[in-house]
Design a protein around this ligand. Structure first.
Ligand code: UGA
Length: 462
């Protein structure tokens, strides 16, 4: 295909792997590089490694053809017109993003360059990383005409990663080079022109939009800040509604009604106003801390972010107190836990509030039977089964003979349980819902005492 660009994606984690198969779906020729031979072999064999809709199908369709997997970064660099860096930027002890993987990749690219390349940062990185990559290249003897560094942040969510990548709200390209901007525009042309969406069999988006996504060109530093500021703002929205939910509990009001009333204001919008047990995952906690640290280093007072983190940590403690007050004491209590992933639709347990709550409850002397539709295999590595912790085969198995059932992850199927069966299975029909998946009236009709977040509690009196 004449419009096809040769792309290398470095890193086969969430962002890297999804970007690689989606670029192939858009018609490009992609090499995905990872230094973990086991991962590369699994991907070559068509194993998708993460629980993500559409990924297995796309992998089957394109692997070893339009998407190849390799450990050889030098060869991939030589072939590619554009190289996307999508390696991890974990949180260091000080809260900063640890950029050692990014630096290692940049050095290796520098040693292999023979023709002009666009080097695009897809990992979430602090402002100025772009300049650091540029310096690493120059320090390794690569002249300025041989490359441009572009910031192209990714906004996909886990659980809807493929659909989000192909239906972005916006594509941000931060660069001061027209040559690099031109190549980036060609890469995203199937989306920005709408051509991809007209194709038979195109993957649908979660929120269908009427117009193709805009490509926003900015300076590199602005693009870097857009990514951190977006994630921090979404985390702020969640902490805000969580604080409001605490206020609603104190005033005997209903936070769901409040969120609806706020969200109908188009300046506020209804999304990310779901209260719960706090945000988790591999992005928000790390990115809020990194953004706070960037602000500190630049001498800017951004104490608001500290408060976002405080509210988030407090939300888990408040839920624990709720369990305690529902059961009077915790020691020796038998609980069912539904959900271990950090959110529904994924098997990812990194920084999962559910896992943290399970640990807190076990420290208080509870014994737990847990169920998650996708995350139990991963959870076993951090929560091995033992006398006080077991895995169940389904929600009803988890609920057998328990003193209370806790919903900790917003899996859609947890909102469609057979409540009669559930109540009959439990020793006491008490449900503590950390994700507000049920209408309190419905629970009452089913003779279940129901505690949720930011809503009046409905006690069933037998
Ligand atoms: C987040 C952003 O939404 C993506 O745009 C971004 O690309 C990604 O981080 C990243 O930087 O890689 P993700 O972490 O996959 O995506 O998940 P979200 O759907 O944003 O949820 C994050 C956490 O917030 C979850 O624990 C979720 O349960 C919680 N949440 C979300 C709420 O408690 N309330 C809400 O209203 C929304």
């Amino acid at each position: 295909m004449s419009d096809s660009i040769h792309i290398a994606v470095v890193g086969s984690g969430y962002v890297g792997l999804v970007a690689a198969v989606c670029f192939a779906e858009m018609g490009h020729s992609v090499v995905c590089v990872d230094n973990d031979q086991q991962k590369v072999s699994a991907l070559q064999g068509g194993e998708s490694l993460i629980h993500e809709k559409y990924l297995p199908d796309l992998l089957q369709r394109y692997r070893n053809a339009r998407v190849r997997f390799t450990t050889d970064l030098s060869a991939a660099t030589r072939e590619a017109q554009a190289i996307f860096i999508a390696v991890g930027t974990p949180q260091s002890e000080t809260g900063d993003a640890d950029l050692s993987y990014v630096e290692a990749v940049a050095s290796e690219i520098a040693r292999s360059i023979t023709t002009y390349k666009v080097i695009a940062e897809k990992s979430t990185v602090p402002v100025y990383t772009n300049e650091w990559i540029r310096r690493v290249m120059e320090r390794n003897g690569v002249s300025r005409e041989m490359f441009d560094v572009v910031s192209n942040p990714e906004f996909l969510r886990e659980g809807t990663a493929v659909a989000d990548f192909l239906h972005p709200d916006r594509i941000v390209v931060g660069t001061d080079s027209n040559r690099a901007a031109d190549i980036m525009s060609k890469i995203y042309e199937p989306l920005t022109s709408g051509r991809y969406y007209a194709k038979a069999g195109a993957i649908d988006g979660v929120c269908n939009r009427d117009t193709p996504p805009p490509l926003l060109r900015t300076s590199t530093k602005s693009a870097e800040i857009i990514k951190h500021a977006s994630n921090a703002f979404l985390a702020l929205k969640i902490s805000f509604i969580n604080a409001v939910s605490n206020l609603c509990e104190a005033a005997d009001a209903d936070v769901e009604q409040v969120a609806q009333g706020m969200g109908l204001d188009s300046r506020i919008g209804p999304k990310f106003l779901r209260p719960g047990i706090g945000y988790g995952g591999s992005c928000f906690p790390k990115d809020v801390a990194a953004f706070r640290s960037v602000a500190e280093q630049l001498g800017v007072n951004f104490a608001l972010l500290t408060e976002v983190e405080n509210i988030n940590a407090d939300q888990k403690r408040r839920f624990l107190s709720k369990v305690r007050s529902a059961l009077w004491t915790l020691r020796g209590k038998k609980l069912a836990v539904l959900g271990l992933a950090f959110k529904g639709g994924t098997d990812d347990i990194r920084d999962s509030p559910a896992i943290e709550l399970v640990r807190m409850l076990m420290e208080e002397g509870c014994s737990i039977r847990a169920f998650d539709p996708a995350a139990m295999q991963r959870a076993e590595q951090v929560l091995p089964p033992g006398p006080n912790f077991q895995y169940a085969v389904d929600p009803y198995d988890a609920a057998t003979d328990v003193d209370a059932l806790l919903i900790l992850t917003d899996w859609a199927e947890f909102g469609r349980l057979d409540l009669q069966r559930l109540a009959a299975t439990m020793r006491y029909p008490i449900v503590l819902d950390g994700r507000n998946l049920y209408d309190p009236e419905l629970m009452l009709e089913n003779e279940i005492t129901y505690f949720s977040v930011g809503r009046p509690t409905r006690h069933h009196t037998p």
